[in-house]
Design a protein around this ligand. Structure first.
Ligand SMILES: NC(=O)c1ccc[n+]([C@@H]2O[C@H](COP(=O)([O-])OP(=O)(O)OC[C@H]3O[C@@H](n4cnc5c(N)ncnc54)[C@H](OP(=O)(O)O)[C@@H]3O)[C@@H](O)[C@H]2O)c1
Length: 300
């Protein structure tokens, strides 16, 4: 298959592109700086600076992962706009590519797997969250809602759309775990605030397998929660991580410190949702790493 990936140079995208290449797929990557990301991707990947640049070689499937990193900077109004606009613009580029292909009478991709996140649901307390749960109105929800809405018009063109509401992606080489490991290795780790907030998580290899599952299963469309079937609270995550590293985790970070330091972005650490992959499980997806012990054991 010929598969176009936006954000292919990122933490998730790199592993996805590597696997797709190993499986013999033709991989197209959209990147803002093709030359700079060249060495992060398999040599066979065709990297270009826009989706439109692939008009002469139409992809069979689209995977949409690009976006300004969510926790890179404090959420000023300007940064919030960048978080939304970067995702909406990348998604709109893919819709525009499909419109152009259709207008030209060229073949359309059969599917788009488009990114979203657990933030879609906002803070949910102790409630068990499925794809049907009503979201909490807050910035993270508005961000994901606009990201998802930008993808919707692709369905009217006849392209199947699967939206992936991803949990915290775990692997040592990037994402949140990479940032958490140094303090935990020094024995300086601890829970955030009360530690009662849920942290839905997924091993990066399982997430990549979910993306391939959604690309390949013809009947699947709509929103899917992309996280392991056994989410944990922040306190449990802290305990399991410390145990895996054989270190104590006795330095909790009080909520007021995080709020003072991070402002509204502290909600990423202090609130969460007990998100379950209800639709993936119903569709028969099997997680290689269903529990945190197993995932961190493999990673560390
Ligand atoms: N990692 C997680 O735990 C997690 C959890 C939930 C949801 N997600 C979402 O899943 C997607 C993939 O995650 P990831 O961790 O792989 O992301 P990532 O590494 O932070 O970024 C993916 C790619 O997005 C592109 N990008 C960055 N800033 C951009 C901007 N301002 N405008 C346009 N493109 C930009 C970059 O590609 P180029 O530099 O090549 O253009 C980057 O390689 C992201 O959208 C993320 O929000 C991730």
């Amino acid at each position: 298959m010929r598969i176009l990936v936006t954000g292919g140079s990122g933490f998730v995208g790199q592993r996805l592109c590597q696997l797709l290449s190993e499986q013999g797929h033709e991989v197209q990557v959209v990147s803002r700086s093709p030359h700079q990301v060249r060495e992060r991707l398999p040599s066979s990947c065709d990297i270009r600076d826009s989706a439109q640049a692939f008009i002469e070689s139409p992809p069979d499937a689209l995977v949409n992962l690009a976006g300004e990193p969510i926790a890179a900077k404090r959420w000023s109004d300007e940064q919030k706009a960048k978080l939304i606009n970067s995702r909406v613009a990348a998604t709109e580029q893919l819709v525009a590519l499909c419109k152009q292909l259709k207008a030209n009478g060229q073949p359309l991709p059969k599917v788009m797997v488009s990114g979203s996140a657990m933030g879609y649901y906002g803070a949910q307390g102790k409630r068990v969250v499925s794809e049907e749960t009503m979201p909490n109105e807050e910035f993270a929800h508005r961000l994901c809602q606009q990201w998802e809405a930008a993808a919707q018009p692709i369905e009217a063109l006849g392209v199947r759309l699967a939206i992936l509401r991803t949990g915290l992606v775990l692997e040592a080489s990037g994402g949140s775990l990479q940032k958490m490991l140094p303090p935990f290795k020094w024995g300086l780790g601890g829970r955030f605030g009360s530690g009662e907030q849920f942290m839905p998580w997924i091993h990066r290899d399982d997430l990549v397998a979910v993306i391939l599952f959604l690309v390949n299963q013809d009947g699947l469309n709509g929103a899917f929660n992309g996280s392991a079937p056994h989410p944990v609270t922040n306190a449990t995550f802290t305990r399991v991580l410390a145990k895996q590293l054989n270190r104590p985790a006795i330095f909790p970070v009080p909520a007021f410190v995080l709020k003072a330091g991070l402002g509204e972005m502290s909600r990423l650490l202090l609130t969460g949702a007990d998100m379950r992959p209800a639709r993936l499980e119903a569709a028969g997806f099997t997680f290689q790493y269903p529990t945190l012990d197993k995932a961190l054991g493999a990673i560390l």
